[in-house]
Design a binder for this molecule. Sequence first.
Ligand SMILES: Nc1ncnc2c1ncn2[C@@H]1O[C@H](COP(=O)(O)OP(=O)(O)O)[C@@H](O)[C@H]1O
Ligand SMILES: [Mg+2]
Length: 276
Amino acid sequence: MDVAIKCTHVSKNFREQQQALPEARWHQRAFPGFKTTKAVDDVNIEVGRGEIFGLLGANGSGKSTLIRVIATLLLPDSGEVTVLGDDVVKARLAVRRKINRVSVDAAFFKKLSAHENLLYAARLYSVPAGQARQKTADILRRLGFAPNKMYAPMENLSRGMQQKVAVARALLTSPVVLLLDEPTTGLDPKSKRDVQEFVAEVRQQHDTTIILTTHDMAEAERLCDRIAIIDNGKIRSCGTAAQLKAHAGGQAASMEDVFFALTGRDWEEVNSGEDA
Ligand SMILES: Nc1ncnc2c1ncn2[C@@H]1O[C@H](COP(=O)(O)OP(=O)(O)O)[C@@H](O)[C@H]1O
Ligand SMILES: [Mg+2]
């Protein structure tokens, strides 16, 4: 396998100040305590060139933190990450030039339309104006975006539609590496399929290396060449869906079974209150 992204013993902790103690107990402890969360805990993964690699985990399992470390937005506490040979800490700019990231909470100019936001992004990426117009319209259409919504202010669009614009923005250029952080969360089934098909198409056409995070097991299984299951910051298992099922033992017929076999916890319960 030609390795595009390599994480070696990567860890990231967050130290958070806990709530102050009630006044009556201040004499017991002068300062409120700190809580340390091991968001990413000794992660080792290798993603092949042109691969769609799934990072599957429940809410709070560390997916976004790992993506942000790979995207050079967060420094790892320890360990190493390389993107096509460049180190995310030592060669930050080189890495940034190769990657594009989509996150569920992407920022836009809310008063501007999807079309305007995308043209603006295209300018930032130095895509020639004429080409940008064509491409913007093409991608939005391809993602099943209603043409009459293309010119409406972003703030008037549903969350799902805004998310499609975020995906479209990342695909304006043909990045070598795409980091898709829950690109389909919150989308209706049809939109979900539109985005999934488009992601598969982008990989096919441009040989893009893609890491996709999701808490949708069916999506991981359908779209990803290999899947890493992350839980409490740790990679519990990694392989093709078939390998994961085999690894989890004879009983594992579904990815839910795999998760239960690996963590002893029920997927439905872990994700309760989520839109799955
Ligand atoms: N900036 C932050 N400060 C403190 N804790 C954080 C921060 N970002 C994430 N965390 C914690 O790290 C853990 C992993 O979060 P995250 O990577 O966002 O998970 P996921 O993307 O899988 O939902 C969670 O316990 C979360 O509360
Ligand atoms: Mg996340």
